[in-house]
Design a protein around this ligand. Structure first.
Ligand code: ADP
Ligand code: MG
Length: 321
């Protein structure tokens, strides 16, 4: 079994589509880009032992490799369309590849993304997906577009994935550990929400490095600051039960990575529109603060300013109150 058998196995799972003029099999793909849209392109690499635990199931690796890229499309307000897949495998392993493709295509089909090409090589396990999406350029959600007075909101709940990764540190028994781990392994990119926000929200970013780190990207790009209400940060029931110490929970919500939720800023009027649609679509969205002309990031709880959680590392967990 060689490279071409692996490629054939991948190709067999791709369905024809009118916007894919030429897919897997030639030197490059040919894609139909409508004239009224900008092409929105992003790439992310996942390396075993760095971006996912080595014991992660093949299905989850396939799902997550696409999910992190779809999350970038969502954060731009773009509709994801076409993906390429550069796959480096330690050995040609059909069983692993099939599991990987099950996860990858489960999400690709759910979001109508076509796999149109890639590269297959031998080496330490690593996966690089490039995603191509479409968005009207004027409606794209850029990091530099926040304005003073904007509401700051997030999708979903925060801190679950970070808790899932370090569950032994926090909980012997409490909470739904499988749920927390699934938030780490199979994150849900907020693709439909992102497209709804295009042209409505001002700035957006997806939360991959942790809430405060990613919010800081928006604030730096926009030259502004923010006030965040700690008690407003949305948490899952599983997180509250697994991590009973409120200090640890706040740390996870503020600094834990791999959430792949959206953080966005918008006017009050736009927020009301988003709330109405969120109710129709059963999206969870929560206001957590406001954009301010005073640069810097301030956390508030019970009307008092709180020290920023330590974002430098995980070793310090549980050291302070
Ligand atoms: P080339 O030598 O021209 O780069 P390859 O032999 O690498 O071509 O790939 C042959 C075809 O298979 C190309 O269309 C390429 O895009 C596709 N391909 C290779 N690896 C993958 C992969 N992992 N996923 C999807 N398509 C792939
Ligand atoms: Mg090639």
């Amino acid at each position: 079994m060689g490279e071409f058998d692996l490629i054939a196995r991948i190709r067999a799972r791709c369905l024809p589509r009118p916007d894919v003029l030429l897919g897997i099999g030639d030197d490059a793909a040919l894609l139909h880009v409508p004239s009224n849209c900008a092409l929105c392109v992003s790439v992310d690499t996942l390396i075993a032992g760095v971006h996912f635990p080595r014991d992660t199931a093949a299905y989850s690796v396939g799902w997550k490799a696409l999910a992190v890229n779809l999350s970038d499309m969502a954060a731009m307000g773009a509709k994801p369309m076409w993906a390429t897949l550069a796959l480096t495998l330690p050995e040609p392993d059909y069983a692993w590849l099939d599991g990987f493709l099950d996860g990858f295509f489960a999400l690709a089909q759910a979001e109508a993304v076509a796999l149109v090409g890639g590269d297959t090589t031998r080496g330490p396990l690593s996966i690089t997906v490039t995603i191509h999406g479409l968005v009207a350029a004027a409606k794209a959600l850029r990091r530099d577009a926040a304005r003073v007075g904007d509401v700051i909101a997030v999708s979903g709940t925060l801190g679950d994935a970070a808790a899932g990764l370090r569950i032994d540190q926090f909980s012997a028994s409490g909470g739904d550990h499988a749920y927390l781990r699934s938030r780490l392994d199979c994150p849900t990119p907020r693709v439909a929400l992102g497209q709804f926000l295009a042209g409505r929200a001002r700035a957006a970013v997806d939360i991959s490095d942790g809430l405060l780190a990613d919010l800081q990207h928006v604030l730096s790009a926009s030259g502004l600051g923010a006030d965040i209400e700690v008690d407003a940060l949305p948490s899952s029931e599983a997180l509250r039960e697994a991590v009973v110490n409120p200090h640890d929970r706040t740390q996870l919500q503020c600094s834990g990575g791999d959430d792949y939720e959206l953080l966005f800023t918008l006017s009050i009027e736009a927020w009301q529109e988003v709330c109405a649609e969120a109710e129709r679509q059963a999206w969870q969205v929560t206001v957590i603060g406001r954009v301010s002309a005073d640069t810097g990031l301030r956390l508030w709880q019970d009307g008092k300013q709180k020290a920023l959680p330590d974002t430098a590392g995980w070793n310090h967990f549980g050291d302070s109150s």
